[in-house]
Write a protein that binds this ligand. Structure first.
Ligand code: ADP
Ligand code: MG
Length: 212
């Protein structure tokens, strides 16, 4: 099984649709921990991405994902814009001029994207951010592929690990970003960025395993 360029485009569109569907929920989560704009931020950014996507749809995967990244950086004011933007820029750079992806390509892209978020935001896992969903998603993808699972099963397990990671942010104390201003009062709420990050990996798994 390989991931075609069309499948990559379908993933971005599915992520935009999932964020649109859960926009109010993401904003509600951010109302408890931040400034109640995460759903609106992500939605605005991804609508700008959809506007740009058709213009690069016949290019390689690296160009497509770097376009996604640049659009998010330039259209989202909140912390999540530069962070998700960097994720897509780095993942796109890792993909290079490829027109389809193997399991190992996706693993390397996810790893590079997450490293970009760490470089940009200086957070580590356990600080109640998007990294707490993406990190377990990456670990489980890697472990599943290493134990010889087919890509579709590895993707499903990766999304499930991201969901568990998202839920595990509830008892965490926020020490990065706006939620850190709340100190102890940040405990007991699910992180909005970890929630959108789960949607990112969940839509990848759903789109790429459809029919598999
Ligand atoms: P803002 O906090 O500027 O209003 P958003 O509400 O769109 O931006 O995004 C908030 C999310 O960004 C948080 O829930 C968290 O997951 C993520 N985040 C904030 N700071 C960092 C960081 N330094 N590293 C990784 N993720 C971060
Ligand atoms: Mg916010």
């Amino acid at each position: 099984m390989v991931i075609s360029k069309e499948a990559v485009l379908a993933w971005i569109r599915a992520f935009a649709a999932a964020v649109e569907q859960h926009k109010e929920y993401l904003t509600e989560l951010d109302a408890a921990l931040g400034d109640a704009d995460h759903g609106a931020n992500m939605h605005r950014g991804l609508q700008a991405v959809l506007d740009r996507l058709n213009g690069v749809a016949d290019r390689d995967i690296g160009t497509i994902l770097r376009t996604v990244g640049m659009t998010l950086v330039s259209s989202v004011g909140g912390a999540s814009g530069p962070l998700y933007g960097t994720f897509f820029l780095r993942a796109g750079t890792a993909a290079g001029t490829k027109m389809e992806l193997t399991a190992d390509d996706w693993l390397q892209m996810l790893e590079a994207g997450i490293r970009g978020i760490v470089d940009r935001g200086k957070a580590r896992r356990g600080e109640k951010t998007m990294l707490d969903a993406l990190g377990p998603g990456l670990d489980t993808l890697k472990a599943s592929l290493q134990e010889g699972q087919p890509l579709n099963e590895a993707l499903r397990r990766s999304a499930e690990a991201a969901r568990e990671g998202m839920e595990a942010t509830i008892p965490m104390l926020a020490t990065k970003g706006r939620a850190s201003y709340l100190g102890e009062r940040s405990v007991g709420h699910q992180d909005p960025g970890a929630t959108s990050a789960y949607l990112l990996l969940q839509t990848a798994a759903e789109t790429w395993t459809a029919g598999a």
